[in-house]
Design a protein around this ligand. Structure first.
Ligand SMILES: Cc1cc2nc3c(=O)[nH]c(=O)nc-3n(C[C@H](O)[C@H](O)[C@H](O)COP(=O)(O)OP(=O)(O)OC[C@H]3O[C@@H](n4cnc5c(N)ncnc54)[C@H](O)[C@@H]3O)c2cc1C
Length: 411
């Protein structure tokens, strides 16, 4: 039987594994390796940071969910892809090293949060990007009694997109930040949380970005509305701030600028996954992301697909794009294995919902200007909050099987 190995078990890896099984059934033997026993629903981590959910409410138990769909699960960390010999080395939790061969590989292990690029991170850093970070941020916010908070993102170590994959030119371009949606969402949520606690009038907020301004991946018009909203709320805004150090009460940029911050809430720098450094070098571009064609096949190794954040052209790094890329990759695989299947066209769009649950509304963004299109939706509405809640419940209910997401996203 054809062996498919999937690395990573969140939006990209789960969509690939479930879609492969759905399309190919007994024709395919699917194994998924993930380095945590659960898949954490990342879009809900900001909610954990303000106490709306607990991290454990948003974790899918992979050892139960995957075998129930006929998919084998291994808890382990992929350390090396040998693309020439069709094998992957991985390490088990007890430190034992193992090797697995494959006929087809899906790389869905995302990017790495490069916190080690930030001096002082371990002592003073805060984030809502993973369950443990979000839980720790909630504890800090609970104890906070007023002062300075900075919210922003670290640098995106993206490389120069060289060599470039085989796909339309507009699909990918350099970006200063990998994904500023969570920054925007936290800039709504944290003030609402502090208002609820009655300490917002004792708090000063600064929004910072390594970009020309915040959210450079959406239209100038939508950014303008957001900046007006920030000025009306009395927030400071600091752009072109490449975060280098976090201290007890301030953050420092690479060029020595400072922002006062008793809590610095940071989207850490994004960079290549740790497994890249020991893997076959020409599988990757100069930033450690994988150049592919339009069906997510590596331009060098035809039996390797790269989906989600690990792919060169998913910019910005979005779950919405991760799900699309995996679905297309597995439709492509189904055809290769003799099951005629319509292959969707990849349509890059910045789609996300910045939720503000404590004030009962969310801003739904659907923007294509980053890709040369003219869609510029940024719509605040109570129904968008319900949409985000339903998206969360849908993910948990299906154990991360996003089969219907294209219908959810187009509501
Ligand atoms: C706080 C936050 C909120 C967000 N909200 C939204 C949103 O509302 N909408 C949206 O579209 N996008 C959102 N995003 C972006 C979205 O979460 C990512 O784009 C998406 O998770 C990418 O999916 P992925 O599966 O490619 O990678 P990842 O989510 O990074 O998943 C990779 C998986 O592989 C595992 N892994 C990593 N390395 C290894 C290894 N070497 N071996 C084995 N396993 C490994 C990881 O533990 C993880 O389970 C958000 C991001 C953040 C940080």
């Amino acid at each position: 039987m054809t062996k498919l190995l999937v690395l990573g078990g969140r939006f990209a890896g789960l969509t690939a594994a479930y879609t492969a099984k759905r399309l190919l059934g007994d024709k395919i033997d699917v194994t998924l390796i993930n380095n945590t026993p659960y898949a954490a629903f990342r879009p809900g981590m900001p909610h954990v940071s303000i106490g709306v959910f607990k991290a454990e409410d948003l974790e899918v138990d992979l050892a139960t969910a995957l075998p129930a769909k006929g998919i084998k699960f291994i808890l382990g960390t992929a350390t090396k892809i040998d693309a020439k010999k069709n094998k992957v080395e991985y390490e088990l939790p007890d430190g034992k090293k193992e090797t697995m061969t494959y006929d087809y590989l899906v790389v869905g292990f995302g990017a790495k949060l490069g916190t080690e690029h930030l001096k002082g991170w371990n002592e003073y850093g805060a984030s809502a990007c993973e369950p443990d970070f979000a839980t720790a941020l909630h504890e800090r916010l609970e104890k906070f009694n007023g002062g300075n908070i900075a919210i922003g993102s670290g640098v995106f170590y993206q490389g120069t997109l060289t060599p470039r994959g085989k796909y339309p030119k507009n699909w990918a371009s350099p970006a200063e930040s990998a994904c500023e949606g969570p920054v925007f969402e936290l800039s709504l949520m944290i003030p609402a949380y502090l208002k609820k606690r009655g300490i917002m009038d004792k708090t000063h907020i600064t929004i910072f970005s390594p970009g020309e301004e915040v959210l450079t991946d959406i239209s100038k018009e939508s950014r303008g509305v957001i900046k007006t909203m920030y000025s009306q709320a009395g927030f400071d805004m600091v752009w072109k701030f490449n975060l280098a150090e976090i201290k007890k009460d301030e953050i420092v940029s690479e060029d020595g600028k400072t922002i006062k911050a008793d809590i610095a809430v940071v989207l850490p720098p994004y960079e290549k996954n740790d497994a890249v450094k020991d893997s076959t070098p020409d599988l990757f571009d100069d930033g450690g992301f994988i150049p592919t064609d339009e069906h997510m096949r590596s331009i060098k190794y035809d039996n390797i697909y790269s989906c989600g954040d690990s792919n060169q052209f998913t910019v910005p790094k979005l779950g919405f794009l991760a799900v699309q890329t995996s679905r297309i990759a597995m439709q492509d695989l189904a055809n290769r294995l003799g099951v005629p299947t319509k292959v969707d066209q990849y349509t890059p769009e910045v789609v996300c919902i910045a939720d503000n649950p404590l004030e009962g509304f969310a801003i739904a963004v659907d923007d294509t200007t980053f890709y040369g299109g003219d869609k510029k939706v940024a719509q605040p509405a109570p129904t968008n909050h319900i949409k985000k809640l339903l998206f969360t419940k849908y993910f948990m209910w299906t154990n991360g099987d996003m089969a219907l997401d294209k219908y959810l996203a187009s509501w």
